[in-house]
Design a protein around this ligand. Sequence first.
Ligand code: DX5
Ligand code: ZN
Length: 219
Amino acid sequence: MPGIVKVSASILAANFAKLGDDIARLEDAGCDEIHFDVMDGHFVPNISFGAPVLEAIRNLTSLPVDVHMMVTEPGRFAEQFASAGADIFTVHAEACSDLASTIMDVSAAGMRPGIAINPGTEASAVTRYVSSVPRFLVMSVEPGFGGQSFMPAVLPKIGELRSVAERHERDIDVAVDGGVKIANAPAVIEAGASTLISGTGIFNHTEGMAAAIRKIRQQ
Ligand code: DX5
Ligand code: ZN
């Protein structure tokens, strides 16, 4: 089991007219990381935002930014997002024709690579990368939209990836994304997750962001 659990806030749920203010509020609320969802209208049936928006907010926070690329052949954009200030660049296994070379492109651009898998993709699709990437991201909804319901069926897969990491003595980050809220956070942590990504669970919580983050982290 991982030690300290981190909470990453998906700014897909932010008020885009006041994005800078929302990021400052997240930082004040004790958030550990910003999760930046990029959608291309091709890999997923929706379009969000891209590198110019990251560049605009990058200097407003010292928090690490994980760019979640829901984009076909995301390696094409590695340099651009590295220049815009991305720390982690998470690509979908399903979106890369050559995942190994995409991972190399991400590292060469100076970012930490992450590999995301959709709810229907088995852990075995990515376990061979356990020694070459610092993060796996397990989707707990079909990617494309915020505010969907968490799929408990992915819990065993979180555990599988944690076990593979332990067998290889790798302190890898297993992140979980989609529908994560206070109510399901204990099960997600128990399964072996070390980073909990949440959008509406943080931004729409009635007691405010700080309470949401603290309670999702369970500490
Ligand atoms: C879904 C995105 C998620 C989403 C999370 O396609 O990758 O990061 O914004 O939002 P919630 O927590 O509201 O499901
Ligand atoms: Zn995401």
